[in-house]
Design a protein around this ligand. Sequence first.
Ligand SMILES: Cc1ncc(COP(=O)(O)O)c(C=O)c1O
Length: 344
Amino acid sequence: MLYQLSHVRSAPFNDRSPSVRSRTIAERSIGVQTLGPVRAPPFGAPIMINRRGYPSAMQFLTSPSAASVGHRAVWANGRLYDDPAEARVVVTDHGLVAGAGVFETMRVTDEGPFAVQRHLNRLSRSASALGMPPPDHARIRAAVDAVLDGQVMSRGRLRITYTGGPGPLSSAPAYGPPTLVVAVEATDFPVASTAIVTAPWTRNEHGALSGVKSTSYAENVRGLAYASSRSATEAIFPNTAGNVCEGTGTNIFMVFGGKVVTPPLGAGPLAGITREVILEWCEVEERDVTLAQAKAADEVFLTSSLRDVQAVHSWDEMSYSQSHQVTDQVTDTFARNSLANLDP
Ligand SMILES: Cc1ncc(COP(=O)(O)O)c(C=O)c1O
């Protein structure tokens, strides 16, 4: 296994250096989606930079020869492809025909992928919920090592997709054997805070796919497009009881009088891995919160493998203070603990 070695430095909390700003502009000019300045870590927290002083993934995002520097790789059913366009699955794959499959997305940094075992465990739970054969963890770990081998990436997204494999052109079960794809790509760093909106649709906490990370993600695709069209980066779904559930790809937390609260799994959210470790590392109460109560919180933040802990500065018509102290503490704890233990 070979990951890029980086220097570590400490950055002040509100580091908005000209290099950070000009890099953001450079990304915009080549059409890379950038939602704001690169996130600065909390005061004193180490950030990873490469030898030229930039998060190394940025080089690939801004380089015209990005495809040639191995920033993306795909492993599909036992074969590694440097060019993702060459990887193939059959057109009758049940993941494609019926959205019958499960997946995981994990964060990759210079140190490697984060919380692999927890992600594999959730993949197995999701597969079991869909009646699929248990995924082979050792095989997936070998595929993860294969796609990451030689990658130079300060920040990336590693995706494991597992479907029933070839099947009928209907909702009847797949014939198999299962399809397994592991892919990695460089991503941007998450921004420090964001705007969210309420989705006009509900999450069904009683549905067959509630809490399952299935490839049937079109509801989330629609929700995210709805948010984008309103200059937000996330849409929050209430559940059928009118309580807050989750975002299209994030869990949601609120702060009331210094206390952190998040909806329980019974409210229908995915059991996010970031949510899970934050529940272990910080004091958090799991309880139902109505949409109106949630929006009236002192602070609101989102969590996910790609956003880590992200403050919310506006939710529909509501605005939140820029000095989100509790959110900063959670951010700090998450950053420190996840750096200290890559597979907690
Ligand atoms: C619907 C949904 N909720 C929550 C999350 C956050 O989960 P995690 O922290 O494991 O990334 C995700 C992640 O993609 C998601 O898709």
